[in-house]
Design a protein around this ligand. Sequence first.
Ligand SMILES: *Cc1c(COP(=O)(O)O)cnc(C)c1O
Length: 454
Amino acid sequence: MSKQKRFILQENEIPTQWYNIQADMVNKPMPPLNPGTHEPLKAEDLFPIFAEECAKQELDMEHAWIDIPEEVLEKYKFYRSTPLVRAYELEKALDTPAHIYFKNESVNPLGSHKVNSALPQCYYCKKQGVTNVTTETGAGQWGAALSYAAKVFGLEAAVYQVKISLHQKPYRSIMMRTFGATVEGSPSMSTRAGKDLITKDPTHPGSLGTAISEAIELAITTPNCKYTLGSVLSHVSLHQTVIGLEAEKQMEMAGEYPDTVIACFGGGSNFGGLAFPFMRHNLKDGKKTEFIAAEPNSCPKLTRGKFEYDFGDEAGYTPLLPMYTLGHDFKPANIHAGGLRYHGAGTIVSQLIKDGLMHGVDIPQLESFDAGVLFARTEGIIPAPESCHAIAATIREAKKCKESGEQKVILFNLSGHGLIDMTSYDSFINGDLRNYELSDEEIARNLENVPKVL
Ligand SMILES: *Cc1c(COP(=O)(O)O)cnc(C)c1O
């Protein structure tokens, strides 16, 4: 067994196509529906909101491989390939026979995987003559990535950031403005949706759901402006598959194949990005890899949500999506993993869970930070609070291996670094963080507001 620690691909080995798992799924995701008529949406129906190419990719059930545009590949080369790393020191600390690998998506100047999709979304907008893009962001990773990508392709960006996150983590809004974007806390007074929310609840802390409503409203009411999204949608996961496709080649270099693939879960894009290329071998070649999505126990749509047609945003502007959901107006507890505070799961992942091809696990906040601190002290990287959930799930699996003596190969995604989230580590180390419990009654009550379609 090689003792090599980091596995890196040469520039000419970076994948030139993304993998569209929808083409290989036996049960396709159910279609998004027009909320008024309940008719299945066609790509053209999405053109007013999204770049046309993204709308087509969203509903593409046919092509398993989609070319990465040359202009996007060129920008990927600024930071890709990202390293695959064997976490020898973490293994040692856990005294586990498991082999633990992580794909390090934190090593780009934006600090998370999100730029992998920001670049193509902005490129496709530019290509069709769009001048402005708008979006929502939680902790700010997506907003930062989008602001950078917009600048790279010569677009103006307007970002709605979840208000509580904007206040907890001011540095990312400064990053966005450094790249030239304008940033507003959501709910804001600049849209009808924002005004309505503030009228109902003046202290509304905001959520990804409120910020999405505002960004979509701006896109629809502004000429030549398109909306972009950092997660949940199928085309976003598609762009993120560059992670798993690289990892596949790198695992080969390491002479191993994962028994277990783990990623944290907000809307599903970093999970899908790492998992889908490996899952294709479960679907097509009889591999038996286990896929685990790690969500916060305070926002447990995968493990305790319900499969329903629901809105993607709080105000109900989006099409109805078939998803595991906690209800579109669910208000998640104020945990530090802002990128995981979303009420629903993407349509692909929701179908895959229904079909038993993957499953979720719930991680309490304190367990996530315990894991993050152990990872920092062993591997020398301070992980994003979101990524800490993947590390915690990995540690659970590695501990099971210690008990059973199984030498499993575990691969997880380090979706981002935590260097701009140090206030959350400060709170954790000071003992000021806590866990949040969510009762079955609360979940059931919130699910009453889901439109009854199924
Ligand atoms: C946004 C984000 C996530 C969660 O989003 P997904 O689309 O589920 O991947 C996870 N980790 C980091 C670092 C993020 O920025």
